[in-house]
Design a protein around this ligand. Structure first.
Ligand code: 5AD
Ligand code: SF4
Length: 367
């Protein structure tokens, strides 16, 4: 990573100035601009992605996450293909355009099993399939793409190599920042590609956050997911965050407002991306987190469709929100959107950037 932050301008001010901004009136200008840009560029539709957290097994030991291999206090589960397919049918019944198959970096997830699952979903439904399965081999990524997977999501978490290395013990033989190389592979394979960061990770400075934003721009992504770091008391980071934090005035806060700032800035700098109202953010503000996210840059919601008895076991951080437990909750969610004059999206909600790039490629191959 180069050491000079490019620090782009947003609404005539540097990104770092916005990150330090506290005045209500000034921030209102940022929220308004991000909300308006979202409506003008990606439109007023809010896309629903049905989230299926199908395995909480993980071989990694990220210092912040409750699913880390070293956490022996959680009960591990892996849904069967049949159980997953029942969730997929719920997504179809509720009119969603996409399912997101998410898991820890599960070592027992086989290439064939996953390929069969993706193939079946693509053959039997019109859904788009997003995979979020951690760092997988190039061969696996290739086969799952061939099976029909449309999108792949993997956060790089922080662009600061020192902070990254401290929080992510590597797998044997992996280079640090292997994820950046993998994101390139994922793009080359033709997936709609998503990445993102956590805001307020202990050790993350405001300068880091500017570089994170710069990297998000440079990666030229289809989806960007941004959520605050939430303390999990059963993790090394949660047990002793002070040990990892940087000096008070330099440390980025993991407050809701800081995350909205990053979301709004990213919407203005990468206007075409799909951006979810993340669960971590709506965990911080259950009452209005969805509304604030959708008016400050987000255009995607990811209701959890995992069978109820497993949801609490996917505990990357404690007290994860669970806005939709039954059909009544979905109705309430639709009503909340109506109040914002937003409507649920129809179809797969593809990335505009991806569609534009395909068109350009088609045109250049015709010429
Ligand atoms: N707080 C917030 N987000 C977390 N994640 C994992 N643990 C936490 C936490 N304690 C996020 C990471 C990871 C995704 C699966 O969940 O960004 O990429
Ligand atoms: Fe595993 Fe992902 Fe959690 Fe890391 S963040 S421990 S890879 S589930």
């Amino acid at each position: 990573m180069d050491s000079m932050a490019y620090n782009p301008y947003v609404l005539d001010r540097r990104v770092s100035d916005w990150l330090y901004e506290k005045r209500f009136e000034a921030l209102s200008v940022l929220w308004q601009a991000a909300g308006q840009t979202c409506l003008e560029v990606v439109g007023s539709e809010v896309h629903f992605r049905g989230l299926i957290e199908f395995s909480n097994h993980c071989r990694r030991n990220c210092l912040y996450c409750g699913l880390r291999a070293g956490n022996h206090r959680i009960e591990r589960y892996r849904l069967s293909a049949e159980q997953i397919f029942t969730c997929v049918q719920t997504a179809v019944r509720l009119g969603m355009g996409t399912v997101v198959l998410q898991s820890g970096e599960d070592p027992d997830l086989s290439l064939e099993w996953m390929s069969d699952l993706v193939r079946r979903i693509k053959q039997e439904t019109n859904l788009s399939v997003t995979l979020s399965l951690g760092e997988r081999s190039e061969k696996e990524l290739e086969h799952w793409r061939w099976a029909g997977a449309d999108r792949y999501f993997m956060r790089f978490e922080t662009s600061n190599l020192h902070v990254y290395n401290r929080l992510h013990p590597p797998l044997c033989g992996r280079k640090p920042f292997h994820r950046l190389e993998l994101l390139k592979v994922i793009k080359r394979l033709g997936y709609e590609t998503g990445s993102g960061i956590m805001v307020g990770l202990p050790g993350q400075t405001h300068e880091d956050l500017v570089r994170d934003i710069e990297l998000l721009i440079r990666l030229d992504l289809d989806m960007i997911g941004l959520g605050p770091w939430l303390l999990h008391p059963g993790t090394p980071l949660g047990r002793n965050p002070g040990r990892y934090c940087t000096r008070f005035e330099r440390q980025v806060s993991n407050l809701e407002e800081t995350t909205y700032k990053v979301m709004a800035i990213v919407r203005l700098l990468c206007p075409m991306v799909n951006m979810p109202a993340t669960t971590a953010l709506t965990t911080l503000n259950r009452k209005t987190g969805i509304e604030l996210s959708l008016t400050r840059g987000a255009n995607v919601i990811m209701p959890d469709l995992t069978p109820m008895e497993y949801r609490k076991l996917y505990e990357i951080y404690p007290a994860k929100t669970d806005a939709c437990q039954d059909d009544g909750d979905f109705k309430k969610l639709f009503e909340r959107l109506e109040k914002l004059k937003r409507r649920p999206g129809t179809g797969p909600g593809r990335s505009m950037r991806h569609a534009c790039n395909l068109k350009t490629k088609e045109c250049s191959s015709q010429n």
